[in-house]
Design a protein around this ligand. Structure first.
Ligand code: SAM
Length: 273
C-alpha cells in the first residue's frame, strides 16, 4: 500500500457543475486512494486532470455495478482503499453506488462518506420556504397518471424532484392542470455560468420557459399546500369509491365539480384502489 489511508470505501461527493465546488478533504482522498470507482471514467478524468490527480480510474457504471462488486470487494480484501464517485454531486443520490455500498458493509468493511455538493440541497439553500421539512423523490415519473398520483400523495410536502429540460414543460402542464395554484422553485444549471433560480406560480414558470432558454440541468421544489377539498382529488375519488360508484360515474361527477377533463379523472380512478 502506497498511502496512509484507512482501507475503506470512501463515498466522495464531486461538483454538480462548478469544478471548484469540491472539498480539500475530497481532493485528498481522491489523490490518496488506490482506486477510484467512477460512474463514467471520462467524466471523472476531467476533474482529476484539473487537480493533477493520477489515481487509477475503474468504471462503475449503473449497468455493470452488480458485475463489478466482487472485483471491488477483492481490492478491499487486498488492503486497497477505494473512492466511489458519480458523474455529479453525491453518489447514491439518484446515482449508482447502492449495490457496492451494501456489499461493502456486508463484507465488514467501512464506508466513509466525504460530503459535498448535491443539486437538491443546493436549491434548498437558496429558496425561502415556510415549512422546514421536505421530501426528495429523485426523478419525477414520466407517465401522466404517475405524476398526478405522486403530486396527490404529497400535496402537503415541499416536494423536491429532478427533471430533464425536454420534459419540464409537459410535466409542469400536467401538474398545473390539477393544481393551478401551486408555487414552484426551479433551479437550472446550478453553480454554472447560466445558473437560474425562479420561484413563481406554475403557470408563470410555464409562460416564462415558453419564451426563454430551457436547457441544462434542472431541479425543482413544488411548494407544500394545505390539503383542500378542491386540490385533493384522490381523497374525493376514494370517498366515492366507498359508495360503490363506478369509475365512469365518479369521473363524470368530479369533472363537473372540479372542472377537470373527465377522461383524466377516469384515468386517475383506475389507479386508485
Ligand atoms: N447525485 C447528484 C446530486 O447529488 O445532486 C444527482 C445525480 S442525478 C443522475 C442528475 C440530475 O440532478 C440532473 O438530471 C438534474 O436533474 C440534477 N442536477 C444535477 N446537477 C444539477 C445542476 N447543476 N443544476 C440543477 N440540477 C442539477
Amino acid at each position: 500500500m502506497a498511502n496512509s489511508l484507512e482501507t475503506a470505501l470512501y463515498v466522495v461527493a464531486t461538483p454538480i457543475g462548478n469544478l471548484e465546488d469540491i472539498t480539500l478533504r475530497a481532493l485528498n482522498i481522491l489523490k490518496n486512494v488506490e482506486y477510484i470507482a467512477a460512474e463514467d471514467t471520462r467524466n471523472t478524468a476531467i476533474l482529476l486532470e484539473k487537480y493533477s490527480i493520477n489515481t487509477k480510474l475503474v468504471s462503475n457504471h449503473k449497468f455493470s455495478e452488480a458485475k463489478k462488486v466482487d472485483f471491488f470487494i477483492n481490492l478491499l480484501k487486498e488492503g486497497n482503499s477505494i473512492a466511489l464517485v458519480s458523474d455529479a454531486g453525491t453518489p447514491l443520490i439518484s446515482d449508482p453506488g447502492e449495490i457496492l455500498v451494501e456489499k461493502v458493509l456486508e463484507e465488514g468493511f467501512k464506508v466513509i462518506p466525504i460530503s459535498g455538493a448535491n443539486a437538491a440541497i443546493t436549491l434548498l439553500s437558496a429558496i425561502p420556504r415556510k415549512k422546514e421539512d421536505f421530501k426528495f423523490i429523485g426523478f419525477i415519473p414520466r407517465n401522466k397518471n404517475q405524476i398526478i398520483q405522486t403530486i396527490n400523495e404529497n400535496v402537503t410536502e415541499n416536494l423536491i424532484f429532478y427533471e430533464s429540460p425536454s420534459r419540464l414543460l409537459q410535466t409542469l402542464q400536467i401538474i398545473e392542470e390539477f393544481y393551478p395554484n401551486k408555487k414552484i422553485a426551479i433551479g437550472r444549471e446550478l453553480t454554472k455560468k447560466f445558473e437560474e433560480i425562479k420561484i413563481d406560480k406554475i403557470i408563470n414558470i410555464i409562460n416564462y420557459y415558453k419564451n426563454n432558454t430551457l436547457k441544462g440541468e434542472i431541479v425543482c421544489m413544488l411548494y407544500a399546500d394545505k390539503k383542500t377539498v378542491n386540490e385533493n382529488l384522490t381523497s374525493e375519488i376514494m370517498k366515492l369509491k366507498k359508495l360503490n360508484l363506478k369509475d365512469k360515474e365518479i369521473a363524470k361527477i368530479l369533472s363537473v365539480l372540479f372542472e377537470i377533463n373527465k377522461n383524466d379523472i377516469y384515468e386517475l380512478c383506475l389507479n386508485i384502489k
